[in-house]
Design a protein around this ligand. Sequence first.
Ligand SMILES: O=C(O)c1cc(=O)[nH]c(=O)n1[C@@H]1O[C@H](COP(=O)(O)O)[C@@H](O)[C@H]1O
Length: 276
Amino acid sequence: MTFIDKLRARWRDADSLLCVGLDPDPARFPDRFAGDGYADTAEALFAFCRDIADATARYACAFKPQIAYFAAHNGGEAALQRLIAHLNAAHPDIPVILDAKRGDIGSTAAQYAIEAFDRFGADAVTLNPYMGRDSAAPFLQRNDRGCIFLCHTSNPGARDFQELEVGGAPLYQHVARAIATGWNVDGNCALVVGATFPGELKVIRGIVGDMPLLIPGVGAQGGDVEAVVRNGATADGTGLMINSSRGILYASTGEDYAEAAAGAARQLRDEINRYR
Ligand SMILES: O=C(O)c1cc(=O)[nH]c(=O)n1[C@@H]1O[C@H](COP(=O)(O)O)[C@@H](O)[C@H]1O
């Protein structure tokens, strides 16, 4: 099954547009992970994310591990590999997005595609489109997998380049149009649009039709859930993967950390569904 088919099935079956972000930060781990330097180990990275994922799975349309939170630690990439293997085995209906924001010349990009899809076994990967279509080709060719390109990001600096006027329109609109009309030949593309820019989200939805959009920036970054759903959902009330990482992961540092994460995920899933 392709990434897009898996995502559509999951939107329907779980009645959820919530993407659970897996960004493990040992400095914020639950109290029970403290002691003997355990929190900083690959085992702790794996165990924390596994517990959160297992507890929140029923509310999730996707999981999104962020590679930096693993690669920053000795043994972290092996922990990420183990985590995605666990997600694929325990939750085979939930697509896994590797957030790596890759982008390089074609020969190097081909290695990054092997990393994301074969080594890590992700269903989709986040990509930076700045280097152009040939840099995306090795990913696009894997047309059972998803290519999720940065379009208008959630951070304040998104304005620096992405909103620059180029040929009568801001750059991010050119990115949306080029990917929707040129790169998405096999229907395996999606875009990243920050929840913190709901007006731009509406414009992008108008450009790309029903293309799925990954929306980070609710929760810790303060994006407005209602504005995201109203401006970004497709006519059938889907089309969005609304990500929250810290707002779910660190709902509690007590013994109840997994249940608290599940509670936060459920609450956000329900809030999203209220506006669909
Ligand atoms: O590609 C992303 O996922 C991403 C793009 C963007 O524009 N903004 C953004 O915050 N992200 C990621 O989404 C997650 C947001 O985390 P929280 O702010 O904790 O919910 C992090 O993993 C970011 O790296």
